[in-house]
Write a new protein. Structure first.
Length: 126
């Protein structure tokens, strides 16, 4: 059996952000950066498993409330309203779209809160 370990390289796909092992002949069929610091093959000579780019949203991506249930939005609003003065309460009634819009507006007005209703910075004022 011929030794074909030099036929493989580990690459980062610049289009998707995924990392995988490919044959050198495949390099011309995509936008890749060769990862010379990572082995393309495992101890048995098989291609390493692909590593997919994390699909988590970027930190600056606003939360998407439209994928939550109306009851979850109402609970989020109740959690945020707890401990706030009444003048600063979020309106807790309306359609799902209205509740989601109210939370988006509250995110802009109160950057100290994240989309879970908990303070991002747990320091409390005296």
């Amino acid at each position: 059996m011929p030794d074909n370990t030099n036929d493989w390289v580990r690459v980062l796909d610049t289009d998707t952000g995924h990392e995988r092992s490919v044959r050198t002949s495949e390099l011309r069929h995509g936008n890749y950066e060769v990862r010379e610091d990572v082995d393309a093959l495992d101890e048995l000579g098989n291609p390493q498993a692909p590593v997919y780019k994390d699909a988590a949203p970027a930190e600056d991506t606003p939360p998407t409330y439209d994928k939550r249930l109306k009851a979850e939005l109402e609970a989020e609003i109740a959690a945020r309203n707890a401990g706030r003065v009444e003048d600063d309460h979020i309106t807790a009634s309306g359609t799902k779209a209205e509740l989601a819009a109210a939370l988006v507006a509250d995110d802009a007005d109160h950057p100290e809160f994240d989309n879970s209703g908990l303070q991002a910075d747990p320091q409390k004022e005296s």
